[in-house]
Design a binder for this molecule. Structure first.
Ligand SMILES: Cc1ncc(COP(=O)(O)O)c(C=O)c1O
Length: 396
């Protein structure tokens, strides 16, 4: 296709834009680095762990990991062992923690062999890590996770002492080394939440039991982005920064720009069609919106199969020619319809539509789409599907 080149409102890298056939997510790696630096300034110390699970929250795990490493981040955090393995395959050799796995995970051996730190929340997991390490003739690095009130992963307090005892035995045998103790907060995105203080107190108690068990982990960690920024007492030795690095707010409604952060992902497309519809004509499945006057509409070739939330039907807005254009009717699998005000002048198929990007460019944000779809910014960026090509701008 030889059509016009889309401009990139987030990164202003107009010179290196390539023609875009339908749609793309532009990932600004400079913004990722800048966000890490902004958060570090807020913490009075560097960001120590960049969370790049779920394909870097939809931004691309490996490019974002490389950007974080280039920014000097010593640890990467992922949920899955397969994600940790992918990081190693990409050439990453730094510290990586993987924290969510089920019994018999095939990736455990390769991860232990590749020096990935493994989270352990239960005696079955400890036994599997120790077995694998013995078989490989290596010492596995383990972070013991305690459930301080989220009731998700992490050993129940009633099982903590037993887990610590078993860990001590395996450490003395030489198959593992307990290098970390950690937990995760339930309500760090809420200001002045008593449960954060309660979980922190519980974490301190659990940590005292670690010392009593004769274990000496080098790192303790509890905070995600919201906690690191809002609850300084939760910072300990590592902070696990995910959403803030991507320039999305940890709370909804929320503004990343209000935290000094820049949205790293711009989701944009080219209009597939522009036309007039008469008064009285309805738009999209279910005929949920009907034109009260002759209306110019544009067809955006992105839908819920691309990750655009159907729940935002009739509630979100996009930007065309610098102006907000409301979504009309239902978002379908591959496409949705917007209103294009006549005042916008000559708008035609092929023109750029920005679904979301950085607030400073006047674009709606992932946080705006979160509000429009009763979701959270995390889900908006993470759900952009593999049907949408990513294009990277900025270093490294
Ligand atoms: C265990 C754990 N730690 C840290 C994070 C990063 O949190 P955030 O993206 O809010 O910074 C997550 C993300 O969901 C997580 O699951």
């Amino acid at each position: 296709m030889s059509g016009a080149v889309l401009s990139c409102p987030t990164c202003a890298h107009r010179g290196d834009n390539k023609p875009v056939i339908r749609a793309e997510a532009v990932i600004n790696l400079d913004a990722v680095c800048r966000n890490l630096s902004t958060i570090g300034q807020e913490l009075n110390g560097p960001v120590t762990m960049a969370v790049v699970k779920a394909d870097g929250y939809g931004h691309g795990m490996v490019p974002v990991a490389r950007a974080a490493r280039a920014a000097g981040v010593p640890w990467l955090g992922v949920a899955l062992l397969s994600e940790a393995r992918d990081l190693r395959v990409s050439g990453d050799t730094g510290r990586v923690l993987a924290w969510l796995w089920a019994p018999g995970d095939d990736h455990l051996g390769p991860c232990v062999e590749a020096d990935v730190d493994i989270s352990v929340s239960s005696t079955w997991a400890l036994a599997e890590v120790a077995d694998v390490a013995r078989r490989l003739g290596v010492r596995a690095r383990v972070h013991l996770k305690v459930d301080t009130g989220l009731s998700r992963n992490g050993a129940a307090l009633s099982e903590w002492t037993q887990l610590l005892g078993a860990a001590r035995v395996e450490q003395d045998r030489g198959s593992i080394e307990v290098v970390g103790v950690w937990s995760h907060l339930a309500n760090a995105d809420c200001p002045d939440d008593q449960s954060v203080a309660d979980q922190n107190a519980c974490f301190a108690m659990a940590d005292a039991a670690v010392v009593d068990a004769g274990l000496e982990p080098a790192v303790r960690h509890l905070a995600n982005t919201a906690a690191a920024l809002g609850y300084p007492k939760t910072r300990y030795d590592l902070v696990r920064i995910g959403i803030g690095m991507y320039g999305v707010s940890p709370s909804t409604p929320g503004s990343a720009a209000g935290l000094g952060l820049t949205g790293a992902m711009t989701l944009r497309a080219r209009l597939a069609l522009v036309k007039q519809i008469p008064a009285g004509q309805s738009v999209s499945y279910g005929s949920k919106w009907t034109a009260s006057r002759p209306t110019r509409v544009g067809l955006v070739p992105l839908g819920y199969a691309d990750g655009v939330p159907r729940a935002a039907s009739g509630r979100a807005a996009v930007v065309v020619a610098g102006a907000r254009c409301p979504v009309l009717g239902r978002i379908a699998m591959d496409q949705f319809v917007i209103e294009i005000d006549d005042g916008l002048g000559d708008v035609k198929a092929g023109d750029e539509v920005v679904l979301f990007g950085d607030e400073s460019d006047g674009a709606p944000t992932a946080d705006d789409w979160a509000v429009a779809s009763d979701s959270i910014g995390y889900e908006i960026v993470t759900r952009v599907s593999s049907r949408v090509p990513r294009r990277y701008v900025g270093a490294p």
